[in-house]
Design a protein around this ligand. Sequence first.
Ligand SMILES: [Fe+2]
Length: 278
Amino acid sequence: MHYNITRLDPFGVMVEPIAQPASVQIIDIEALRALFKIHQLVLLRGFDSFATNDDLATYCEQWGDISIWPFGKVLELVQQDKPDDHIFDNNYMPMHWDGMYRPQVPEYQIFQCVSAPETGHGGRTTFSHTVLALEYASETEIALWEKITATYEREMAFYNSRTTSLIITQHPYLNHAVIRYNEPHLEEKGVFINPSNMAFSGITETESQEFHASLRASLYDPRCFYAHEWQTGDLVISDNFNLLHGREAFTSNTPRHLRRVHINANPVFENPNLESYQ
Ligand SMILES: [Fe+2]
């Protein structure tokens, strides 16, 4: 072996080369996929970085079929001067899963950090392990959460969609439950450009507050929550079926630049919740 594997806390693993320079290609994709299946998040750190979007996409194609967006294979996550959507702002991003508004929901997210925020300037990508959250939840909490169906509507540059999902649902291909939740953004955290419309049915108004509070507390519980502090060159492969993710706010104009690619499951997972899509 030409690399070391260490565990991240409370989930995930980091893979580092024993000697540099080293290409990520020294690690067999199926060995990485095995780590991904066990740990849900794999960080490759200290390897040569991909110079271009095409180089990243070529590597990602070894993982499976890339989910193609209107902009192509690679999303450039960089703060924009006058964003028309929160995704391109520097605010925090509540927990959600990717592809919820798209015809196919990808299994893998692959992030490359082209340029990390300066130390102390925020911008960690946040991940919550929903299988662990369900394990730690009380019977009362589960009984409340499983009553609820959420409907989300979102219109932005890449789609105008409506999707409905139970809060607790089954993993598409494995025999266990997961949480699907787009956390409403917190007003006290400041401006949030172009929020989704959300409705949560199956509960009373009083239960609704308890629901969001209890689910938030579980998702951000340190036993289930990992916040990734980026270093330039990091490559993170994360599980979009078992995890939810978000982002911490960062200082405006700190040089935070990520690239993201979505890889479909095999077989591809057709979004069962999509009610309309344009
Ligand atoms: Fe996302």
